[in-house]
Design a binder for this molecule. Structure first.
Ligand SMILES: Cc1cc2nc3c(=O)[nH]c(=O)nc-3n(C[C@H](O)[C@H](O)[C@H](O)COP(=O)(O)OP(=O)(O)OC[C@H]3O[C@@H](n4cnc5c(N)ncnc54)[C@H](O)[C@@H]3O)c2cc1C
Length: 443
């Protein structure tokens, strides 16, 4: 069998993996989607209680909509906001069903290489098909051969630690009984009981941290003064941009998350501790956790800690491939400068595709959430545009692959130091580097 007749292996049946499979089918190329979870959208289902800040209209891929139309699929109202659970049930599952046995669940990709060529070997490398090692839920292992490999496996499984240096803080692993790395579902009575009346530290400064603070404030209000309280731990100081772009955000629901977090602080449901880099977790006599900062500060004990410091890509199963990744973000080299939070935080990355996503190893692409490496501003609509271009490139349609077809909404917070630590980090609204980027690519 020639390499061209082999399937394109797609790793992950999340929104972006399923979208790329759809685009490939549209072009007459057979995808094989390998998904570690027992159902499509396994990662999204884990945050099924969180409402998206994007509308339905922004999280349904146009090609997928076309594939679904003849199946009797009912398109959700594009102006409304789904939860993660809605996204999985009302869109991802029907899409996976429409793709049929091209989607295999319970199939974990454990390694990808060139057949018979480890990372070092040059000889005839590009002529060899890819070999993908798969481990099934029942323990079986298999080798699958592929003409190209598209890694859409996301970053959900590899959350960042609490430690201010990017390493787990001392004692962090031993404190696992009181730490979670997810926004808790406070509608679940058991989870609610865990946080009600408790003092909880929330570490992080992105949309997920805002959501957790807002949830805890709601809990405090509904419990009516039984002691539910949050301590918000920030590596930087509080500035005009700490709470995101607010009403300047072109995605209003994303802006509203920051405003809800601000309200939690203003109403006294959360105290902000700024310029704090967690170095260690210690226990008090009651087993509660004491956060110790790199500057020696010791905070009053907390019952629970919610760590929301972002995600990282798992690159371990791609180790035999020759990837070109940026040393800061672990994102593809050409994409990284466009999304680097050291430079800008607007979210105005210009639409990009196969060229920015290619690697020294031809035929391999990291797409979706994983393509952003550690950068925090990924949007599903960015991923859909990425995979439209990548599928076109694999099909040899470079004209379409190179076309730019998307304008991304700004966060309303622009300027340097988008994430980081300088307590007095300067940020501007609606200008700075991102304005330059826009001018460059809109014209
Ligand atoms: C809480 C939260 C809220 C968000 N809200 C929004 C929003 O409102 N708007 C927006 O545009 N974006 C939002 N995002 C960002 C982004 O759009 C989503 O994370 C989206 O799910 C990314 O899609 P993906 O397909 O790249 O990755 P994922 O959805 O993470 O899918 C990856 C899939 O790969 C599977 N997988 C992982 N490893 C392997 C392996 N080794 N082998 C086989 N399968 C594997 C996983 O099980 C998973 O199903 C949000 C993200 C989070 C976490």
């Amino acid at each position: 069998m020639s390499t061209q007749q082999l399937p394109v292996v797609v790793i992950g049946a999340g929104p972006v993996g399923l979208a790329v499979a759809t685009h490939l089918v549209e072009r007459g190329i057979e995808p094989l989607v390998l998904e570690t979870g027992s159902r499509a959208g396994a990662a999204v289902r884990e945050w099924s209680h969180v409402r998206l800040f994007s509308t339905w209209g922004e999280v349904v891929d146009p090609a997928a909509e076309k594939l679904l139309a003849p199946t009797g699929w009912t398109r959700p109202d594009p102006a409304t906001y789904p939860t993660g659970g809605d996204w999985a049930e009302q869109y991802l599952q029907p899409l996976a069903d429409a793709l049929g046995d091209r989607v295999r669940t319970g199939a974990t990709v454990t390694g990808v290489s060139r057949t018979g060529r480890d990372r070092i070997v040059d000889a005839d490398r590009e002529q060899q098909p890819f070999v993908v090692h798969v481990e099934y839920a029942d323990g079986r292992e298999q080798r699958v051969f592929a003409r190209a490999v598209i890694d859409a496996s996301g970053t959900w499984a590899t959350a960042g630690p609490a430690g201010g240096s990017g390493l787990p803080a001392l004692g962090e692993r031993a404190a696992a009984d009181r730490i979670t790395y997810r926004v808790p579902d406070l509608k679940d009575p058991a989870v609610r009981a865990r946080y009600a009346g408790k003092r909880t530290a929330v570490i992080g400064s992105g949309a997920s941290a805002f959501t957790a603070l807002a949830y805890l404030a709601e809990l405090a209000e509904s419990e009516g003064g039984t002691g539910t309280h949050a301590v918000w731990i920030l590596r930087r100081g509080i500035s005009g941009s700490t709470f995101g772009g607010g009403t300047a955000d072109q995605l209003p629901a994303r802006g509203a998350l920051g405003l809800a977090a601000k309200a939690a602080v203003d109403k006294g449901h959360a105290d902000a501790v700024t310029g704090f880099r967690t170095e260690a977790f210690e226990r008090d006599r009651d087993g509660r956790l004491v956060l110790v900062g790199e500057d020696g500060r010791r905070l009053d004990p907390v019952d629970e800690v919610i760590v929301l410091t972002g995600f990282r890509p798992d690159l371990s199963f791609l180790d035999e491939l020759r990837l070109g990744l940026d040393e800061r973000l672990q994102a593809p080299l050409a994409l990284a400068p466009l999304i680097d939070p050291n430079q800008h935080s607007c979210g105005t990355v210009y639409p990009h595709g196969h060229r920015e996503l290619s690697h020294p190893e031809q035929g391999v692409y990291l797409v979706g959430m994983k393509s952003y490496g550690r950068a925090p501003t990924f949007l599903a609509m960015t991923g859909y545009e990425q995979v439209r271009s990548v599928a076109a490139a694999i099909a040899g349609d470079l004209e379409s692959a190179d076309r730019v077809e998307l304008t991304l909404p700004e966060t309303g917070v622009c300027g340097g130091a988008g994430l980081f630590d300088t307590p007095d980090a300067q940020q501007t609204e609606g200008g700075g580097c991102c304005a330059v980027l826009q001018q460059r690519f809109v014209s």
